[in-house]
Design a protein around this ligand. Structure first.
Ligand code: PLP
Length: 245
């Protein structure tokens, strides 16, 4: 068995244990394999071990892999920050985007999504703990952005994504994940109460990575984004892509 297949088994087990401990069904937690910096062969290995959903952070790198692997039935998620001049490539190649954090990006993605493709599945990225180093809409502005996305024709609003500041302390990790969960529930309630079209598709809480997937699942994550624990350490520095629009 390859290391990647081994690692996928281990992660599957961690997810099952965490879900069971939280009184949840393991089937309610999806695994996204984050393949950034790893090549198409690593993705093929993961595919052969049964993995179908993959996440990429960098538009160019992601599009190259998607093109190389077009023979495989994979679902691709964009999870990194996007410059406005990269939205077309995302709209044309990915099925999901987790990192929509402003109106301009949302509008461009909808306008540029080719009409023959199903709507792009969108999570709003929210900066729950106010970390300065990363993108994400503030919790206060998240509901308005969610409504805007719900109203755009070529986007389907699915939920929230959050990346807490790194912490070694599971109690801290859990507290931040709980805040994301509370916001997720609030927005879902508002959308349903107001009869917003598409509110029933609000079902995805993208929370948790290699180091904190247990507290994320305890808080209610429905999708964990795991890179290192599947593919190994990323020793190549990730190609910097400025986050400013
Ligand atoms: C890189 C990355 C991950 C995966 O992180 P690991 O710690 O390697 O599991 C998850 N989510 C986002 C947004 C990332 O950029």
């Amino acid at each position: 068995m390859t290391t990647i297949a081994d690692n996928l088994q281990r992660i599957g087990l961690r997810i099952r244990v965490a879900a069971t401990d939280a009184g949840r069904s393991p089937d309610d937690v999806r695994l996204l394999a984050v393949s950034k910096t790893f090549d198409a062969n690593a993705v093929r290995d993961a595919f052969e071990a049964g993995q179908r959903q993959f996440g990429e952070n960098y538009v160019q790198e992601g599009v190259e892999k998607i093109t190389l692997l077009h023979d495989l039935p994979l679902t691709w998620h964009m999870i990194g920050p996007m410059q406005a001049n990269k939205t077309r490539a995302v709209a044309e190649h990915f099925q999901w985007v987790h990192s929509v954090d402003r109106e301009r990006i949302a509008r461009r993605l909808s306008e540029q999504r080719p009409a023959h493709l199903p709507p792009l599945q969108v999570c709003i990225q929210v900066n729950v703990d106010g970390g300065l180093s990363k993108s994400g809409v503030s919790p206060a502005d998240a509901p308005a952005l969610a409504r805007l996305v719900a109203g755009l024709p070529q986007l389907q609003l699915r939920g929230l994504m959050s990346i807490p500041e790194p912490s070694e302390d599971p109690t801290m990790q859990r507290a931040v994940h709980d805040q994301a969960r509370a916001l997720f529930d609030d927005i879902g309630r508002q959308l349903r109460a107001d009869g917003v079209a598409g509110a029933e598709a609000w079902d995805t809480l993208s929370l948790g990575m290699s180091a904190d997937l247990e507290p994320a699942i305890a808080a209610g994550s429905t999708l964990v984004r795991v890179g290192t624990a599947i593919f190994g350490r990323r020793d190549k520095p990730t190609s910097p892509e400025p986050t400013a629009a």
